[in-house]
Ligand binder design. Structure first.
Ligand SMILES: NC(=O)c1ccc[n+]([C@@H]2O[C@H](COP(=O)([O-])OP(=O)(O)OC[C@H]3O[C@@H](n4cnc5c(N)ncnc54)[C@H](O)[C@@H]3O)[C@@H](O)[C@H]2O)c1
Length: 377
């Protein structure tokens, strides 16, 4: 099978879907690998390294898109890219199909068999393909470094001849994959860390990393597949009320809360931030899906009464070398599940394949996406 790696074209996207170190295993599995020249440049992977790994580097994106049996991408193809795909080709990417209906429709129109890694079940067997986890790990780490860089204070405690410096207090809201990585990173830098989540398992996970769990005594909100469920408006109001003193007492608040397929819940309102000391920092890692912080804007820093509110857009893209390395390994593992002796033979009875397929045979087959688009399919 000819596997193609085009350059990502979405503004601000620095990652690439394949790295030279993983390319070798894709080729060893019997595939031909074709990489657009410059595809890895923004991630720190030059063309020569792909060639050394056995890939063919071609000058144009059109050649990759139109000439491959399987396209591996980070973002969903743009409308123009979808139009350039070979009819009947396959695609694996990390896109929220429910928020990219036009592109999904275009993929179905080209009879592309597409798979979105966001839909992967969070099971032990799927762990090595779990791109949400690998990219959230990068996001959580990055969020702490952004805050540390912006904070006008030390993170660790210092006892010096010039006096004692108290450690910075971090509050992490949402203790999933990104939140747990944020806790570890902030702890390594010497901050005192507290965290809150609505899932029952999170207390133990937070405490195992040496952070204090903030127990609001509001019960849990468990959804399907190990995810959180959306809470009723009244519960959300009580949650914000109970969180307010913890937010006020923090030098840094990092928010990571998400509900699959829904806008991110608002956990920090402008009113709650009034209690924060000037110079404090709020980093919203959920800003691309609506934001956990009322006043945050994706990709922007907002000054709110002396508190810096940073809405981080696509945080994984800011560490593209390692984000791409992990993502490429996730993709190679999913590809291996769907191919045999170099041929594309997806087993639609397999729970991983069945969960991730979005378009097939000219149809949108992912139920929730199909529903969002209405009966027009
Ligand atoms: N293979 C596996 O078994 C596997 C792999 C990865 C993750 N997981 C599990 O899946 C779950 C989801 O992980 P994720 O990081 O992708 O989740 P996510 O990105 O969907 O959400 C991030 C966190 O926000 C939390 N959250 C949602 N609403 C909230 C609210 N109102 N207040 C506070 N917190 C809120 C969620 O509970 C979650 O922990 C976790 O339990 C994780 O451990 C399992």
């Amino acid at each position: 099978m000819k596997v193609g790696i085009p350059t990502e074209t979405q503004p601000g996207e620095n990652r690439v879907a394949m790295v030279p170190a993983v390319a070798g295993s894709v080729i060893a599995a019997g595939h031909q690998l074709v990489v657009q020249s410059g595809a890895g440049t923004a991630s720190g992977y030059p063309d020569a390294d792909y060639q050394a790994a056995g890939a063919t580097v071609v000058p144009s994106g059109a050649e990759v898109l139109g000439g491959s049996d399987m396209i591996l991408k980070v973002q969903v193809p743009s409308m123009a890219e979808a139009g350039a795909l070979r009819e009947g080709a396959a695609l694996i990417a990390l896109f929220s199909p429910g928020r990219r209906l036009d592109e999904v429709r275009a993929l179905a129109g080209r009879r592309v068999t597409s798979f979105s890694l966001e839909l992967l079940p969070r099971t032990t067997r799927a762990q090595s393909m779990d791109a949400l986890s690998s990219q959230s790990t990068v996001a959580g780490y990055r969020g702490v470094l952004i805050a540390a860089n912006r904070l006008p204070r030390f993170l660790p405690m210092f006892m010096t001849a010039a006096g004692t410096v108290a450690p910075a207090k971090f509050l992490i809201l949402g203790a999933g994959v990104a939140g747990l990585q944020a806790i570890s990173t902030a702890r390594r830098l010497g901050a005192v860390v507290s965290a809150y989540d609505v899932r029952a398992a999170s207390k133990g996970e937070v405490e195992s990393l040496g952070a204090k769990f903030v127990d609001l005594q509001l019960g849990t909100a468990e959804g399907a597949g190990g995810y959180a469920a959306e809470q009723a408006e009244e519960t959300q109001r009580r949650q914000r009320e109970a969180l307010a003193p913890f937010v006020a007492a923090s030098d840094v608040v990092i928010t990571t809360a998400q509900i699959p397929g829904r806008p991110a819940p608002v956990l920090v309102t402008a009113e709650m931030m009034k209690g924060m000391r000037a110079g404090s920092v709020v980093v919203d890692l959920a800003s691309d899906t609506g934001g956990n912080v009322e006043v945050s804007r994706p990709g922007e820093e907002v000054d709110h009464d002396g508190v810096a509110v940073i809405g981080v857009s696509n945080p994984a893209s800011a560490l593209p070398t390692h984000a791409s390395q992990l993502y490429a390994r996730n993709l190679a593992n999913l590809l291996a599940l769907m191919t045999k002796d170099g041929a594309f033979v997806p087993d639609y009875e397999d729970d991983i394949v069945a969960a991730t397929v979005v378009t097939r045979d000219g149809e949108v087959v992912h139920g929730p996406t199909r529903e969002l688009a209405g009966a027009a399919w």
